[in-house]
Ligand binder design. Structure first.
Ligand code: HEC
Length: 140
């Protein structure tokens, strides 16, 4: 009797285990900026990036309009500043920010060299770069 139950448990658990393995071996280059945005940002910042996601109404602070970052910055999209804003939130959670902790997610996967200043290249998580590039594409 107990043996049969364990057999059933094993059969049920197997597909879940395989699915987890497949998820882990998914190549990093399939993780697009748009995909990350859809998964982690859309709830607050909205599909369009204007800060009108379904979770925005419940927040004490309105999510920023991410389509106007360049406009707020004299017409230039501040790529490096945006990346450190997104990443910085992960280390300064005590600032009263409503943004979620993203650090562990970005640290997974490869890094790419990004020019962060004149003649200065910094290894940067490829996912963070992809996400910031996606935000750049939303500017209006
Ligand atoms: C729980 C809601 C929430 C989620 C999820 C969220 N944000 Fe935000 N975001 C905010 C709020 C609220 C602000 C306004 C400032 C603050 O609270 O830190 C903000 C501000 C920002 C800013 C600063 C904009 C500026 O011009 O000052 C950027 C960039 C940003 N978010 C990007 C993102 C990205 C990219 C994601 C997904 C990885 C994300 N946010 C997920 C709520 C959220």
């Amino acid at each position: 009797m107990t043996k049969t139950i364990w057999k059933a448990v094993a059969i049920l658990a197997l597909p879940a285990g395989l699915a987890a393995m497949v998820a882990c071996t998914r190549p990093a280059d399939q993780v697009t900026g748009r995909g990350i945005y859809q998964d982690y940002c859309v709830a607050c910042h909205g599909e369009s990036g204007r800060g009108d996601g379904p979770a925005a109404a419940g927040l004490s602070k309105k999510p920023a309009d991410l389509t106007r970052i360049a406009a707020r910055n004299g017409g230039t999209f501040p790529l490096v500043k945006v990346m450190s804003t997104i990443d910085g939130y992960t280390r300064r959670n005590d600032r009263g920010s409503k943004m979620p902790e993203m650090g562990p997610f970005f640290q997974e996967g490869p890094t790419v060299m990004v020019e962060t200043g004149p003649g200065i290249s910094t290894p940067t998580p490829q996912r963070l770069v992809a996400l910031a590039e996606y935000l750049r594409s939303l500017q209006r």
